[in-house]
Design a protein around this ligand. Structure first.
Ligand code: NAP
Length: 243
């Protein structure tokens, strides 16, 4: 069976590294993104030049109609969807809970958790011959991210619980659902939090004494999706340098 995967937020950072690695292993990849078309298209060009199969599709994965269009477009292009990586995620400026607006809290929840629910639902409806899903949570679901992003950490906690419940619900249908929890990884996301050099600042607090690379997270995601992980479901892999 052809391997067809959607990587949400697949155009930059961890998602881009994952899309590249999946394409190199023979998956046909839908590189989903939100608004930065040039980044997504240039990744697709890179994958194609290396002999892989990919296309870019803009969709806000917190929006139900957009998610259906994303899955329809991928099936039209490549056939039945067999794999999914729920990677799209956002955070905003570091802040204490007392200063968070309701609007911000809801935006983080819909982008990080509602998206995961919508994409999982759409995938499971279509995976009638089994499949595999990996959710990209965060070490913040364990730390709680006080004084920085409690909203973000709470959204990742919800993602962990969704992973656990769904993995049990669909195991007998041959669909595996797992989760990775990255720690401090060098991507542009930290600039959105107001501190582009956050990973470097915190490096000495990480047991392995450095931040992680997107490719190091991609390796775990791709393994969990693969047949090598055929007896793994409902699992959580911390990729956080020991933190
Ligand atoms: P990033 O570099 O900021 O990239 C975010 C990606 O998500 C981009 O492709 C972006 O598209 C897309 N995106 C944002 N909102 C979207 C939406 N509503 N619909 C569809 N796509 C959307 O992020 P990253 O650091 O690689 O993080 C990827 C995942 O890893 C996130 O879930 C994050 O929470 C998690 N994580 C990251 C770290 C870290 O240290 N970096 C640590 C733990 C967990 P555009 O380019 O179009 O905006």
């Amino acid at each position: 069976m052809n391997k067809v995967v959607i990587v949400t937020g697949g155009s930059r950072g961890i998602g881009a590294a994952t899309s590249m690695l999946l394409a190199s292993k023979g998956y046909a990849v839908c590189v989903n993104y939100h608004s930065r078309t040039a980044d997504a298209e240039s990744l697709v060009t890179k994958i194609t030049e290396l002999g892989g199969k990919a296309f870019a599709f803009a969709a806000d994965v917190s929006n139900e109609d957009d998610v259906v269009k994303l899955f329809d477009a991928t099936e039209q292009r490549f056939g039945q969807i067999t794999h999914l990586v729920n990677n799209a995620g956002i955070l905003f400026t570091q802040s204490r809970l007392v200063d968070l607006s309701l609007e911000r809290f809801n935006k983080v929840m819909t982008t990080n958790v509602t998206s995961c629910f919508l994409c999982c639902r759409e995938a499971i409806k279509r995976m009638d011959s089994g499949g595999a899903i990996v959710n990209v949570s965060s070490a913040a679901s364990r730390s709680g991210a006080p004084n920085e992003y409690i909203d973000y950490a709470a959204s990742k906690g919800a993602m962990d619980t969704l992973t656990k419940g769904l993995s049990l619900e669909v195991a007998a249908s041959g669909i595996r659902v797992n989760c990775v929890r990255p720690g401090f990884i060098h991507t542009e996301m930290h600039a959105d939090g107001g501190e582009p050099n956050r990973v470097a600042r915190l490096s000495s607090q990480i047991p392995l004494q450095r931040g992680g690379r997107p490719e190091e997270v991609a390796n775990a995601i791709v393994w969990l999706l693969s047949d090598e992980a055929s007896y793994v479901t409902g699992s959580f892999m911390d990729i956080a340098g020991g933190k």
